[in-house]
Design a protein around this ligand. Structure first.
Ligand SMILES: *[C@@H]1O[C@H](CO)[C@@H](O)[C@H](O)[C@H]1NC(C)=O
Length: 280
């Protein structure tokens, strides 16, 4: 797994290989974005079996799995007896705006190539299309939602919490279902930023399994660029993207007056510049 934030540790295979094909201007499709008429049916919501091809592990020896980009360490963790693989987070610095970058992860025959387009310069007139997804899970309806989203041509996802629904499972299956989810969403997350926030299904407070650290799987897997916005926690942070100043809060962390989240938000709101980012 790799994502675009944090320090790039020595065994990090991410190479932002060559690049550019300036696409600014092509990003603008000339209409303001129309909400799809698609409505996913609610029931039945049965998780797709692990053997399904949407969760397939990439071929090759030790090939990178679950690649995703985030807007901006080697870590590993355990959950009950599940042991995660190594989770690499790489910060890419000095990127140009509105530029298509190719990157390759892995060695030799196991190497896999992806690309992403960096967002346009911060500007009140910068045109940009966000998608909003929440409560995704890994059911057949989740797959249909993901496929519909990918047809919209949006450039980034604001993810409003409840990613994998791995907390429906017990014991080692919790970690396994986070892995399947990472592979499931890779067809989008490896190619554009998904801007994460945590929902109640990320808490995974499971004392009967000895797991009492809230958000353990989420925090190890989905790093966020919180230090860049002077936040003391990856659960709340802010980014500026095109013509938008986006503030991500955690409703499952303390937020009343004088809590760290409240104090940070008060300062962050002062940093909003509506001349530059009219959308907040
Ligand atoms: C991380 O991986 C190393 C090497 O395999 C292992 O010794 C260590 O116990 C792992 N840490 C956790 C928290 O699983």
């Amino acid at each position: 797994m790799a994502s675009g934030s944090g320090r790039c540790p020595p065994p990090c295979f991410l190479k932002a290989v060559f690049a550019f094909m300036v696409v600014m201007g092509c990003l603008d499709r000339g209409y303001g974005g129309i909400t799809s008429t698609f409505v996913r049916s609610e029931w039945p919501s049965i998780d797709i079996p692990i053997e399904n091809e949407v969760f397939a592990v990439p071929k090759g020896d030790n090939a990178p799995q679950q690649v995703h980009i985030t807007q901006g360490s080697v870590t590993n963790y355990t959950f009950y007896k599940y042991k995660s693989g190594y989770i690499y987070h790489c910060l890419l610095e000095g990127l140009e705006h509105g530029t298509k970058y190719y990157y390759k992860i892995g060695n030799g025959e196991s190497a896999r190539e992806f690309w992403f387009t960096s967002p346009p310069r911060i500007d009140p007139d910068a045109s940009y299309k966000f998608g909003i997804i929440g409560d995704l899970g890994q059911t057949y309806n989740s797959l249909s939602t993901l496929e519909h989203y990918m047809k919209t041509g949006a450039s980034a996802v604001l993810f409003v919490g409840d990613l994998s629904y791995a907390d429906r499972y017990q014991y080692n299956d919790v970690g396994i279902r986070w892995d399947t989810w990472g592979r499931f969403v890779e067809s989008s997350t490896a190619f554009q930023p998904w801007i994460w926030s945590a929902g109640n299904h990320e808490m995974e407070y499971m004392p009967h399994m000895g797991e009492v650290m809230p958000f353990k799987s989420y925090l190890h897997r989905y790093d966020t660029p919180h230090l860049a916005s002077a936040s003391s926690s990856p659960l709340w942070y802010a980014i500026r993207h095109a013509s938008a100043h986006i503030i991500i809060l955690s409703s499952y962390s303390p937020f009343v007056k004088y809590t760290p989240q409240w104090m940070w938000l008060r300062e962050e709101l002062k940093r909003v510049n509506r001349e530059k980012t009219p959308w907040s």
